[in-house]
Ligand binder design. Sequence first.
Ligand code: GLV
Ligand code: MG
Length: 338
Amino acid sequence: MRSPKDFFAPLAVGAPEPVRQIPTLPSRMIHFFDPSNEKMVAKAPELAKKVDVLLGNLEDAVRADRKEAARGGLVRIAKATDFGRTQLWTRVNSLDSPWVLDDLITLVTEIGDKLDVIMIPKVEGARDIHYVDRLLAQLEARAGLTRPLLVHAILETASGVANVEEIAGASPRMQGISLGPADLAASRRMKTTRVGGGHPGYLVRTDPVGEELTEGRTTYQQDLWHYTVARMVDACAMHGILPYYGPFGDIRDVVGCEDQFRNAFLLGCVGAWSLHPVQIDIAKKVFSPDPADVAWARRVIDAMGDGTGAVMIDGKMQDDASVKQCRVVAELADALAA
Ligand code: GLV
Ligand code: MG
């Protein structure tokens, strides 16, 4: 059984005093499974050994007439399984749905001691988190739980993006935020029909060559999600919580998936959702720092002594700011090795 210490260790990235405390257990992939599906329930204990986070999904992708079965399946599997260091999360139904109240009451009462994080979809603003926070406090008190449940918001409405800073700081329970590109696209009335990833039509083209408007012009596909991921990362960093890329729906496109995950990693995300076993390995690879980068980071840290001043290493200037970047990489490697 994990202790609160696993979830609340000081944030030590560059700051002399931690801004606040964040979970330290790895969460490179949040692996979704459908607890209404008996086959998936049977596989869950084995799957749990391969992932950082196993998430029982109760929301979208579970049919309306299977909601109760999903809730019941999650309770059964949680009671029957020791997940070891693997975190158990759930995604409950949205706050305007007929199911969420029963989701929260049942899950906190029955398996509140086994669950680590509750993911709340379609969060619009701080008020949604305040509501969940108070409800959880009541249910935890009634169930006699001593470890507070953490809350994770999905950023998947236009108003959620507009309010992302207040969402990130809405409660000490806030663990992190995920990009929800499918619902977000619909909410923004984007003209896409896919779950995450890029789009070949979203591009820039080099200027015309002379009078020729069609030949010899190169196109570069752009990232539809750059703005939102960057906003989310800033909001999370400001409040000391963790940002994640969400789902990548084209399971066959392992290259596109890896590219999207890597962009998110480089921008500051710590993990992504995996919707299929093939995406588990992609996330593990992408969200674990490259050993060559870690070795370089440690060289810079050693050379920089107390972290002030400037040194040249292999012709590259290092100073107080670059050593802070290197600490981020080295500390992530240490945390994953722990
Ligand atoms: C995830 O829930 C999404 O809508 O992309
Ligand atoms: Mg969604």
